[in-house]
Design a protein around this ligand. Sequence first.
Ligand SMILES: Cc1cc2nc3c(=O)[nH]c(=O)nc-3n(C[C@H](O)[C@H](O)[C@H](O)COP(=O)(O)O)c2cc1C
Length: 291
Amino acid sequence: MATDLCGIELAHPVVNGSGTFDAIAAQRAFGDALLERFPFSAFVSKTITPEPRSGNPPPRLWETPSGLINSIGLPNKGLDGFLAEDLPRLGELPVPLVVSVMGTSHDQFRRLVSGVAEREEVAALELNVSCPNVESGTIVGESPDETRSLLDAVRPLTDKPLIVKLTPNAPPVPVAIAAESGGADAISLINTLRATAMDPGGAGPWLGGGSGGLSGPAVRAIALLQVSEVAAAVSIAVVGMGGVASGGDAADLLEAGAAVVAVGTESFRDPAAGRRIASELSARFGLSSSG
Ligand SMILES: Cc1cc2nc3c(=O)[nH]c(=O)nc-3n(C[C@H](O)[C@H](O)[C@H](O)COP(=O)(O)O)c2cc1C
């Protein structure tokens, strides 16, 4: 089950999706037991932005049949708060650390990448490109040109692996190819699909942010298609995610060409899901290799 992501050794191919597992809160709740049996083979942080953000007004979540719409709005401590308070604690986790960053300009991304990459606790960075570039108004990850230009801006700043996390809200293949040509070491996908929900009482949109992103089993078939198309189009590693809730779901993404699989929404239902899915995957491989 041991594998490798951009030269980082992983004990098994199951990591977490950014923003879906709070390792610091989990350690408060479960103590050292969490560290002894950590659910993931690498930990991907919640996305951080240059300045602190309080996130969207509530309500922030809506359950759909087989899915979850979130409109969290990236609450985070900002770069300085993250580096001072969270990073030292995340650095004590027993697995490699990937830090997810998002900015709205090249300058912001440069500040984030330089500030995070120089820290020894960090094994790799994930660029969350589901955000507008304030200068052009375009969502970076919906445009191959914007994505390539972002890579041109940040690639020279670090030798650490850069993973580009794609949005499913635009055709991902041209964007993945642009990221690879700009020097990305891996592609991760899918992020959430734009979605909304209405207040059952007739008061308009339910979510405080107006709309949000759909995740969970409801998006699994879309993720499987997008992962297989991207994996066929690039030669760098692909981290596949979207609705993974079992070892079978993870095996499907691996078969579609992903090198590593991430678990997101399922961890809200079962915080130990990553470990269960890794062991289901291992049992599956054991069974298939013994015929
Ligand atoms: C509550 C919540 C918060 C999320 N926060 C982030 C985030 O901060 N950065 C990011 O790149 N993706 C974020 N995601 C997207 C997940 O990492 C993942 O890409 C997506 O949910 C699809 O996987 P899943 O269906 O297994 O949840 C978030 C998803 C959820 C449900």
